[in-house]
Structure formats: structure tokens, C-alpha cells
Write a protein that binds this ligand. Structure first.
Ligand code: UDP
Length: 405
């Protein structure tokens, strides 16, 4: 099939760890690679955010990344991109109408991409599949006035859910959220993200360990909702371990990053500063080294639409202590592949980490079950296959093309 991915802010070629570059970038990159490996043609359309970007770049995994001129050719916060989604959609229509490559299906990632995709899909008769990656209603609930999303986000997300040809939910929690929003269950198919089982595997080099202490690893963009403060506070209950935080700006810029400074100050006031280490952003291909060096992966977000990092750790044979939120409730089986604790509860988190680090047999049994679960259920090849079934179903339906004056 010819498949157009729309990922307006999250380029599969971006360096990860920064504020707006995380799971969606990985997801789009890995899914596109798996679809190409299965014999399909994939073009990923993302906003051009630098003047020197060529229109099209062939990624090493064989898909094309197309940089769409929509708004200024400079980095912008994703919450500022809404006004550029109309020109984004129009550019796609012009391209597909005049060119030799027309997709058979459009797969939009994030709600703003969905708006561009829906308008382009209506004008060209191409069906649209939507993955939200995150939902405005959940963000609003947790972040309240700090939520900088455009005011109409939640309304647009509902409208999208009712208009696109299929919604892909990534976990059961998201199905519940979408139903509460008003999206009919019949429009959804649940297909979780995958994990790259080549990059993330138990055998391979590991990042150096400088002390005898057990290593608690936590990974993610350095933003408040990822719950790193809870992890730092929990470390006070885990006296013989070090905590390594991977993510955020590159190491050289950590000193000036406001959130990194707050975390360091918090570690100082909790008496754990000598056992908490921030290493900054790590390239995707080096992430496996960090997971393999860990005794436990801690994922303590307030909420999590899916959460790739627990899954990546599991594929490396590392047990997870996670908060019982979002996709983590599906990937981590409590008491089998890891432990689940309530969000924003340093006491519960610290107790669970300390218990696991003190019990070698439990760690081994979680690690074995985690590896098994990741391999059986979460390969990208399986996710791509299931998506191809959905693409085939929606593409089989004939639809009228909107006539544009
Ligand atoms: N990641 C990375 N380098 C970093 C920090 C994170 O490559 O320094 C990757 C991580 O391996 C995972 C993704 O970024 O693939 C984060 O995805 P997740 O779903 O956990 O969180 P999100 O960023 O989408 O909220």
C-alpha cells in the first residue's frame, strides 16, 4: 500500500528527549520502518521547522520524510501550531493532486495532524486513520491551568473521532477516555505501540556503572507530568541505590534547564543529591545500553497515554516499577512483570523499589516474564500487520471527493 503518515510536530528524524520530542517520534519512525519492511511505501509528512531542510529525505529504514512548509521554518512549541494546520492540509492536497504519488490511506498522529489529514482526505477521497497519542481532556484534568493546549482542542478531538474512518486507541484506558468524550466504541480498534526488539534486547553493551550501588533508571522528557520529582523523593527510602535520569536537553545544556535545576534542588533537600544523576538526552540507538545497566526501570508519570519506556525496559529484561496509569496498566502486569503503585505517591513508590531491589528472585522472575511479554505481544511487525488490516478495511470503502472551487 501507499501510506501517508502525518506527524505535524514529531519528526521521525528528530533528536529525542527535548520538551516536544518523545514517544510520538519513536512511534512514527518504528511503525514506518516496519511497514516498509513488510513491503509497503511510506511517506511521513512533518512540518518544516528549519530553513535548510530539503523537501524530502530518505530515512535509513527506507521511508521518505517530507518537510511541509506550514508556518515559519523555525522550531515552534506544538501548542502554537494550530493556525498552520489548514495550510498544511492544503499543501498535501496540491501535492497529491498534481503529483504521481497519491496515498491509499492517511494515518494521522496527534489531533492537529488529524485536522490537516481530515481536510486533505476529504478533498482527495483518501481515508483517514487517527492515533491521538495524547488526549486534551486527560491533560486538562491533570494539568489544569498549566495546560497550554489551544482552547478548542477537546472539541476538535471529539469531532475528529466522529469523522475519521477509524480511530486507533493504544490502550484500554484510552478507549475509556474516548468513550467518555463521546467517540463511539465501534469506530475504534485497539493496537498498542510496539518496541524495537533488535535495539532493545537483554544482550549487548551496558552503560558503565561507577559504584556498587543498585541502579534505578528513569527515562523521559524533563517535564513535570513525568513524575521525576516523585522518583527523587522516593530515593530517600532506597538508601543503597543510585538514580539515573535519562532525558531532557543534551548534557551540556542541563545546567540552564529550569526543570533540571528544580530536580537537583529537590534532591538536595531530600538528602539524596549524591545518589541522583542527570545525564540529559541520549540518542535513541544508545538507549538500550542504559536500560541494560539498570536493576529496575521506574516510570512514575501522573498520566501516560501509552508509555514506551516501560516497554523498552521490559524488552531488555529489566523489571519495571510504574504508576498505575494509562498504557502502563496494560504493558506492566502487576506482580508478574513489575509492580504498579499509585501516581504522585513517593512513599508507595520508594517502598516498591526498595522491596524489589532487596529480592533478587523476584527481580529475576519479573525480568523473565517482562521479556517474554514484550517479545510475544509488542513487536512492531505485529503492530504493523494489525494496522495494515485496518488500512485495508478503510481503503476498501469507496468515498466521494469534495469538489474544491
Ligand atoms: N528517549 C530517547 N532519548 C532520551 C529520552 C527518551 O531516545 O534521552 C526515547 C525513549 O527511549 C522512548 C521515547 O523517547 O522511545 C519516550 O517515549 P514515552 O512514550 O516513554 O514518552 P513520551 O515522550 O511520548 O511522553
Amino acid at each position: 500500500m501507499r501510506i501517508a503518515m502525518i506527524s505535524e510536530h514529531a519528526s521521525p528524524l528528530a533528536v529525542l528527549g527535548g520538551e516536544d520530542a518523545g514517544g510520538q517520534n519513536t512511534h512514527v519512525a518504528e511503525l514506518s520502518a516496519a511497514l516498509v519492511a513488510a513491503g509497503h511505501e511510506v511517506r511521513v509528512y512533518t512540518r518544516r521547522d528549519a530553513v535548510d531542510l530539503p523537501v524530502t529525505v530518505r530515512a535509513p529504514d527506507g521511508y521518505d520524510v517530507v518537510h511541509v512548509p506550514a508556518g515559519p521554518a523555525e522550531p515552534l512549541a506544538k501548542d502554537a501550531l494550530l493556525p498552520y494546520m489548514q495550510p498544511f492540509g492544503r499543501w498535501l492536497v496540491d501535492r497529491w493532486r498534481g503529483g504521481d504519488w497519491v496515498p491509499e490511506v492517511i494515518h494521522a498522529h496527534f489531533w492537529m495532524s488529524g485536522l490537516a489529514a481530515l481536510s486533505a482526505g476529504r478533498d482527495t477521497g483518501v481515508p483517514v486513520v487517527q492515533t491521538y497519542h495524547a488526549l486534551g481532556a486527560v491533560k486538562r484534568r491533570h494539568q489544569g491551568v498549566q495546560d497550554t493546549s489551544p482552547a478548542r482542542r477537546i472539541g476538535y478531538e471529539l469531532q475528529l473521532g466522529r469523522s475519521v474512518d477509524r480511530v486507533i486507541a493504544q490502550c484500554q484506558d484510552e478507549v475509556g477516555e474516548l468513550v467518555r468524550l463521546g467517540v463511539p466504541r465501534s469506530r475504534m480498534t485497539v493496537i498498542p505501540s510496539g518496541v524495537n526488539l533488535g535495539t532493545f534486547a537483554p544482550l549487548g553493551p551496558a552503560a558503565e556503572v561507577e559504584s556498587d550501588r543498585a541502579r534505578v533508571l528513569t527515562v523521559g522528557r524533563l517535564v513535570e507530568r513525568k513524575g521525576f520529582q516523585t522518583v527523587v523523593r522516593a530515593m530517600a527510602l532506597v538508601p543503597d541505590a543510585e538514580c539515573v535520569v535519562v532525558g531532557g536537553p543534551p548534557a551540556g545544556l542541563l545546567e540552564t534547564d529550569p526543570y533540571a535545576r528544580r530536580l537537583r534542588a529537590l534532591a538536595g533537600s531530600c538528602g539524596v543529591a549524591d545518589r541522583v544523576r542527570l545525564v540529559g538526552a541520549v540518542p535513541r540507538e544508545e538507549m538500550g545500553r542504559w536500560y541494560r545497566s539498570a536493576d529496575v526501570l521506574v516510570a512514575a508519570p501522573w498520566y501516560e497515554p501509552f508509555g514506551l519506556t516501560p516497554l523498552e525496559a521490559m524488552a531488555c529484561g529489566v523489571p519495571v516499577v510504574g504508576t498505575a496509569v494509562g498504557g502502563i496498566k496494560d504493558t506492566v502486569v502487576d506482580g508478574v512483570t513489575g509492580d504498579l503503585v499509585p501516581a504522585r505517591d513517593p512513599q508507595a513508590l520508594g517502598t516498591a523499589i526498595q522491596r524489589l531491589l532487596g529480592d533478587r528472585i523476584r527481580r529475576f522472575s519479573y525480568a523473565t516474564a517482562a521479556l517474554d511479554r514484550a517479545r510475544r505481544r509488542y513487536s512492531w511487525a505485529v503492530a504493523a500487520q494489525r494496522l495494515l488490516e485496518v488500512y485495508g478495511e478503510v481503503a476498501a470503502v469507496r468515498r466521494p471527493t469534495r469538489v474544491v472551487a
